[in-house]
Design a protein around this ligand. Sequence first.
Ligand SMILES: [Ca+2]
Ligand SMILES: [Ca+2]
Length: 231
Amino acid sequence: MSRRVFAMCLTAASMLATNAFCQSFLSQYKGLPYRDTRYQGGPQKIPGRVLCAYYDLGGEGVAYHDTDPQNHGSGELNPADGTYLNEFRIHEGVDTSYTKFDRKPDSIDDNPFDKIVPPRDLPYVGWTEPGEWFNITVDAAREGTYDAGFLYTSNRGGTISIDVNEKEATGPLQVPTTYDPADPVAWRQWHHWNLASSFFKIRLSKGKNILTVHILTGGNMNLAYFDFKQD
Ligand SMILES: [Ca+2]
Ligand SMILES: [Ca+2]
């Protein structure tokens, strides 16, 4: 066998191995696409908007890892009052809240220090710490590379990364800080929303893929959504 043919065989073998690895991960994964009384859309569609707060069902160690089992948003910052938004995923470890408009005396998420005004009543993942992660089952319309915009806040900067089917896909992604010393309200540094366009690109197979969002460094970020479009 010539060296070139041998190299081609090795490449083919490693592609087969990679494919087999993805298939075995997907067949063994116990998490399920998020659903509740309002959202019953199944795996989130790509191209399209993928909400972080709709991370998978399956609990700690399967669908996510969080630093503690409390949800510091639902039921804590947002008191349990029977409403959908205040009790959103209240018994899960991932910490979630939602964008609040028209609040007094200080505006919260519709504030003058937003780089972009986010959608109202949008659930998001907050209270993020290094080492935390969550999975999102998505459904890609076709095989190919997709470009993602990212709606977030980042009080102190930080890095995240994305895996596709348990394989690292992006490496560390620097999240630009949204800290603004001009804001006189200290706690509002957690609410300066920004849209990072073309934040990363990933390659997906047609159909079901599992995205894993890792908080690598920094924390203190609020993660709202990724807008995926075909690259
Ligand atoms: Ca928690
Ligand atoms: Ca957390």
